[in-house]
Design a protein around this ligand. Structure first.
Ligand code: SF4
Ligand code: SF4
Length: 108
């Protein structure tokens, strides 16, 4: 994800995601995109998030800190109103691959 895109994501309703050129307005945060039209404010994503990253505030789902890109919010949203941002997922996977394996002798 580019810095410009991350900055743009902060402004609520700021634009159409690069990933959604179909004209539907999505709000891009750091790791997820949220669709204010599809979303029915059911709070499921807020409840399912293991890191308390998502909040429903001022009638909007907001991504705050600590997202671990687990994908649960996207998977459990009944209205397909959350999508993971592909660049964020790819960067997360790259970091995971670079992480050192457990040192020998640590297991067991
Ligand atoms: S689970 Fe989906 S529909 Fe429900 S509040 Fe979250 S984004 Fe909106
Ligand atoms: S991807 Fe996981 S950690 Fe990130 S906001 Fe969704 S449920 Fe929370």
């Amino acid at each position: 994800m580019t810095r410009d895109r991350a900055a743009g994501a902060i402004a609520f309703g700021s634009g159409i995601s690069d990933d959604h050129k179909d004209g539907i307005r999505w709000v891009d945060y750091r790791n997820i995109s949220w669709n204010p039209v599809f979303c029915k404010r059911c709070d499921i994503c807020v409840e399912i998030c293991p890191k308390d990253t998502l909040v429903l505030r001022n009638d909007a789902i907001i991504e705050e800190d600590n997202c671990i890109l687990c994908g649960l919010c996207e998977r459990y949203c009944p209205d397909l109103a959350i999508e993971m941002i592909p660049e964020a997922v790819a960067a997360h996977e790259a970091r995971a691959k670079e992480a050192p394996a457990d040192p020998p002798g640590e297991a067991g």
